[in-house]
Design a protein around this ligand. Structure first.
Ligand code: GLA
Length: 415
């Protein structure tokens, strides 16, 4: 049995903006001003009074492709959210309506299948499944979901959906769990049900971040520290508007290359269980034993872990020049050693580096398209946006989306 996509459930909300199917091209609505907006639509749809929860997307300041190597990452949640309005049902079924995809899915909690068809519904279904497998007995529910995190842009719309849905389903069942545990379960849903072999960063940031702070995370122990963002700096995210087809397969290839590096390192250094445990000297000493690509992937990860700690120290001590240097070096390493950048990302970084008031610019997320993160002084944001947007459009023929964000709170009830 598969979760059912309910036909004929389209509401009077506007259709997607282009001629493609609703499933293929979601619409991303403008941020709502108050939870009352989604509550009122929920009342119209289900005739019940809902509770509202939300979870944010994230942007990673530095520490790319280190999470699945047991290393360090430094993300912040952003004030673009996935909202979930929810109210109980008595028949042990979960009914989910999506404002983005203009369709609904429904499944029975006592007959959850072990796999799910492609589509947005499997994120919700997958989270329900792993929560139940972990011993949480969920109550039936009606849900209305509104995702305001751009999809496929590398700012973790999927983690926001998983975490918001998990948080809401637990609260609806009278349960609550620690943010780290919720993040782990949402990651498991994405790994096992959705089939994307991602690390822990996105779900943990979406579940645990605190407003006006960035989160320095040890991906092995899941211990983290919240470090305040300097006042007067905005998180400016520039979207290349491209997503290379090979992104998913390249991500998996990079993971395999890192595992191969660990295997070759551990032959001589058995204490190396993950790249997080290795030093550059150890890597150099094994260079001849590994393919050049594997050497370069490992060099990125090992040096990136060092840069994360340097950047976090620099942020904490307000040494913004050092922060900028670490971010620039991270971008170079992702471009040349990890080889996950692209011409569009490189151009956005180059343009950012020519603008005034910028304290760091680099690609962010998995790469092969997606976004750059730029730390920009508040009073320089407008000029930055104009300059980068015009320069990118002139050279690439595409207008970039630019999101000017604050560091936001992780998942919570929105009232
Ligand atoms: C994606 C994954 C994360 C992380 C980044 C790269 O966002 O979901 O787990 O691996 O790529 O740093």
């Amino acid at each position: 049995m598969q979760p059912e996509v309910l036909k004929g459930q389209k509401t009077d909300r506007s259709e997607p903006q282009d001629a493609m199917s609703a499933q293929a091209r979601p619409s991303i609505p403008q941020p709502i001003k108050s939870p009352e907006e989604i509550k009122s639509r929920f009342r119209d749809l289900y005739g019940q009074e809902p509770s509202v929860y939300r979870a944010p997307g994230r942007v990673n300041l530095i520490g790319e492709h280190t999470d699945y190597n047991d290393g360090f990452v430094f993300p912040a949640a952003i004030d673009l959210f996935t909202w979930v309005a929810i109210a109980p049902r008595d028949d042990n079924r979960i009914h989910v309506d999506s404002e983005n995809f203009h369709e609904a899915v429904e499944f029975a909690l006592d007959a959850l299948p072990q796999t799910a068809k492609a589509g947005w519904g499997r994120y919700v279904f997958g989270v329900a499944l792993v929560l139940q497998q972990a011993g949480h007995s969920l109550r039936g529910a009606n849900l209305l979901i509104r995702g305001e995190v751009p999809i496929g842009a590398g700012v973790s719309s999927s983690a926001a959906l998983e975490v918001a849905a998990g948080f809401a389903l637990l609260a609806n069942s009278g349960a609550a769990i620690d943010g780290r545990k919720l993040a782990r379960l949402c990651q498991r849903a994405e790994n096992e049900i959705v089939g994307a072999h991602v690390g822990i960063m996105d779900q943990l940031a979406s579940a645990c971040c605190v407003a006006d702070h960035a989160l320095l995370l040890d991906c092995r122990s899941l211990e983290f520290r919240m470090l305040p963002m300097p006042a007067g700096i905005r998180l400016v995210i520039c979207n290349t508007m491209v997503k290379r087809e090979l992104a998913a397969s390249a991500y998996n290839t990079r993971r395999v290359e890192c595992e191969e590096g660990v295997r070759i390192l551990a032959q001589r250094f058995p204490e190396v269980r993950a790249l997080r445990d290795a030093t550059l000297d150890q890597l150099q000493s094994r260079r001849a034993a590994m393919p050049e690509n594997v050497f370069k992937r490992c060099r990125h990860v090992i040096t990136e872990d060092v840069r994360v700690i340097e950047a976090a120290d620099a942020l904490e001590q307000n040494r913004l020049d050092d922060l900028r240097r670490a971010m620039a070096e991270s971008h170079r390493s992702l471009r040349d050693d990890y080889q996950v950048s692209c011409a569009e990302l490189d151009l956005l970084v180059e343009l950012a580096n020519q603008a005034a008031g910028v304290h760091g610019a680099r690609m962010t997320g998995a790469g092969f398209g997606g976004c750059t993160i730029n730390l920009v002084e508040t009073n320089a944001v407008d000029a930055f946006r104009d300059r980068v947007s015009a320069g990118y459009e002139q050279r690439m023929g595409i207008k970039p989306d630019i999101y000017v964000c604050h560091a936001a709170d992780g998942a919570k009830r929105a009232e």
